[in-house]
Design a protein around this ligand. Structure first.
Ligand code: ZN
Length: 174
C-alpha cells in the first residue's frame, strides 16, 4: 500500500474516536501509558538520541513496543502526547500497511499528522468535551492535562473553537 498524498484527517478521526470509545475510560486526564498496557503492548523509556518517541513492531509476533525518550527533560504533558501519537501510528496501521523504514520526509510528515489527530482524539476526547458544560479553554486544558495551545488546536480542529472563551489571563496578552 502506498502512503496517501495528504493526511486522511477524517479517517484518522474516525479510527481514533472508535478506538477511544471502546476503551470505556471515564476518568480524566487520560493516562496513555495505561492504554498501552490495556492493549498488551510494551512500553519502555530509553535514550533515542533526538527522537522523542518510537515504536518497534515485530511482524513475526505482531507485537508492539513504544519507546519514549525522557532524557531531554521534556515536560510530562509532552511525553503523554508523544505516547498518544505513537498509539496513533499503531491503530492507524502505519506499521503494517507501509514500509516505514523506507519513507520520504514528506511521507513521514503525512503519517505524523494522522497520528497527531489520533493523539487528540485520545487525550481530548470529543464526547467528553461535548459533555463538559464549562466553556473556558483553560479549564479544559487543565481537565485533560494538556497545554493551552494543544487544547486550542483541538477545538479548532473540531470546529468548536467559537463556542469557547479564552481565559482572562491569556486574553490580556493578545
Ligand atoms: Zn510519528
Amino acid at each position: 500500500m502506498n502512503v496517501p498524498n495528504k493526511p486522511r484527517y477524517e479517517y484518522a478521526k474516525h479510527i481514533g474516536r472508535t478506538f477511544f470509545n471502546k476503551l470505556n475510560v471515564e476518568s480524566y486526564p487520560i493516562d496513555p501509558i495505561q492504554i498501552v498496557y490495556q492493549m498488551k503492548w510494551k512500553f519502555e523509556i530509553d535514550n533515542l538520541y533526538g527522537e522523542e518517541g518510537y515504536t518497534f513492531y515485530n511482524p513475526k509476533t505482531n507485537k508492539y513496543c513504544i519507546v519514549i525518550d525522557d532524557t531531554q527533560r521534556v515536560k510530562k504533558q509532552r511525553c503523554k502526547f508523544t505516547i498518544a501519537h505513537e498509539i496513533g501510528h499503531i491503530i492507524l496501521g502505519h506499521h503494517t500497511s507501509f514500509e516505514v523504514s523506507n519513507l520520504t520526509d514528506m511521507q513521514f510528515k503525512i503519517l505524523d499528522l494522522e497520528a497527531d489527530i489520533v493523539a487528540g482524539e485520545i487525550l481530548m476526547p470529543y464526547n467528553s468535551i461535548k459533555k463538559t458544560s464549562n466553556n473556558n479553554i483553560m479549564y479544559l486544558a487543565n481537565k485533560y492535562d494538556v497545554s493551552y495551545s494543544a487544547m486550542k488546536t483541538r477545538l479548532k480542529f473540531l470546529n468548536l473553537y467559537d463556542l469557547y472563551v479564552e481565559d482572562e489571563l491569556n486574553a490580556n496578552y493578545r
